[in-house]
Every structure is written in structure tokens, then in C-alpha cells.
Design a binder for this molecule. Structure first.
Ligand code: 13P
Length: 249
């Protein structure tokens, strides 16, 4: 049975006191679903968030990391640094990292390797831009993002990888992929995995959808057979909305 996961990506939002308030609100709400829940605060608040949530079933995860072990990489954070403050899971390949910080498939392959070498779990993000969707090239784009960054791995590595399909045109725009568009792409992703690694691996990997998931559309999206959860941006900044999405399972 694949894991169902709802992860909140807080992006570059919330200073320390706002982080504490949001965590306080999150802890008050009852979780009625079986989904795993994660939140990704910004780096400076990871330790505080981890300490505040370590006795709950909300996992604190990171939004990014560097691939090097350590050294002269001003401003960067390594896997072992994340682990030293309790973080076991990292989001890699978010389209905002790709677009604004020039992260390439090649760089992401190294980041994935570094995370796995440190026994971390990876939420690996990818997705097409609007032009690719309009020109019908979306499957090619997504297929190559996955192949270029992940297909050097052995099948066992996929025990530690969660995929997150986030069509760029649906992020922060209020425009969601329709449940059918999400299902079609998730089925394509699973087939891409099956062609390389076989059905057992493909059927075991959780594939999350991200892009304008809200309390009013979560249930329909999550009801699709190949959608195993969501990566939530804007709606994750409000505890009530976030848990309405979590509890949509
Ligand atoms: P929104 O939910 O704000 O569209 O963001 C999605 C996202 O980028 C999560 O990583």
C-alpha cells in the first residue's frame, strides 16, 4: 500500500514568531486521516519547528539543500547539517529553484545522491510550464526531468523517494490541473517508472500533486487512483485550510 502524504511547503514565508504561531495552530487541530503530514519551514526556523513538533505526527522537512558534504559554498546548507537538527526529508527540484536559482537536472541528480547517501528521504519535484502543456509536450518534459535526475539510481533507492508533480502553470495561480489532468500525468509517471524499474517499484512510489490545492478541490484530486497526496503552498500557511486538505483523505 502506497503512503498517502500531505506536505506543506511554506516557501520563503513566516519569520520565527509566525512559525511558532502557525505550529501552535496546527497542533490544536485533530487529524482524522491516515495521511502522513509534513511541513517545510524556512531554514532558520527548522530547528525550532522540529523541537516544537517532535512529539507529534507532523514531520518537519527542508525545502532544499546543497549536494556537497561541506566546504566553500557560501550560503548553502548540507544534508548532514539538516540531519543534525532532526530533519530526515528534503524537497528537491522545486520549479522555483529550477527557475530562479538555475537548478539543472544534473545538479538535482547530485542533490538526490547526497540526500540518499545521508539516509534522507527526498520529495522530488518536477512539472511542465504552460507552453509545454499547450504544445502537448508535457509528458516529454516530465519524462525527461524524471529520467535525467533519477534514472541513474537503483530500484532500492525508490524506497526513499516521493515524487511530486507540480505543473508550473498551476503553482500559486489559483488554476489547478483538473483531477483528470492530474490522474493522466500521474499514470504516465508511474508507467515511466514501471518501464525502467518494473511494476513493483512503480506501484510503491507515492506521487503527490502540487499546484493550487485548496480545501475545496483536495478531495476530488486525492480521489484519483494515482494521486497519493499533495504538496501544498499557499493553503499550507493557514492551519485550518491545511488540515482541511490533510483530512480530505
Ligand atoms: P500553491 O499551492 O501555492 O499553488 O503552491 C504549490 C507549490 O509550489 C508547493 O510546493
Amino acid at each position: 500500500m502506497r503512503k498517502q502524504i500531505v506536505a506543506g511547503n511554506w516557501k520563503m514565508n513566516n519569520d520565527l514568531s509566525q512559525t511558532e504561531s502557525l505550529i501552535y495552530e496546527l497542533k490544536k487541530i485533530e487529524k482524522t486521516s491516515t495521511a502522513e503530514v509534513m511541513v517545510a519551514p524556512t531554514f532558520t526556523n527548522l530547528y525550532k519547528a522540529f523541537e516544537s513538533l517532535k512529539d507529534t505526527d507532523i514531520e518537519v522537512i527542508a525545502q532544499n539543500m546543497h549536494f556537497a558534504v561541506n566546504g566553500a559554498y557560501t550560503g548553502e546548507i548540507s544534508a548532514s547539517m539538516l540531519k543534525s537538527v532532526g530533519i530526515q526529508t528534503v524537497i528537491l527540484g522545486h520549479s522555483e529553484r529550477r527557475e530562479y536559482f538555475n537548478e539543472t537536472d544534473e545538479m538535482l541528480a547530485k542533490k538526490v545522491d547526497a540526500a540518499l547517501a545521508n539516509s534522507m528521504r527526498v520529495i522530488f519535484c518536477f512539472g511542465e510550464v504552460l507552453e509545454d502543456r499547450k504544445s502537448g509536450n508535457h509528458e516529454n518534459v516530465v519524462g525527461s526531468q524524471i529520467k535525467n535526475a533519477l534514472f541513474h539510481l537503483d530500484a532500492d533507492a525508490f524506497k526513499h523517494i516521493v515524487l511530486a508533480y507540480e505543473p508550473v502553470w498551476a503553482i500559486g495561480t489559483g488554476e489547478t490541473a483538473s483531477p483528470e489532468q492530474a490522474q493522466d500525468m500521474h499514470a504516465f509517471i508511474r508507467k515511466t517508472l514501471a518501464d525502467k524499474y518494473g511494476n513493483e517499484v512503480a506501484d510503491s512510489v507515492s506521487i503527490l500533486y502540487g499546484g493550487s490545492v485548496k480545501p475545496n478541490n483536495a478531495q476530488e484530486i486525492f480521489s484519483k487512483p494515482d494521486v497519493d497526496g499533495g504538496l501544498i503552498g499557499g493553503a499550507a500557511l493557514n492551519a485550518t485550510d491545511f488540515f482541511a486538505i490533510v483530512n480530505a483523505f
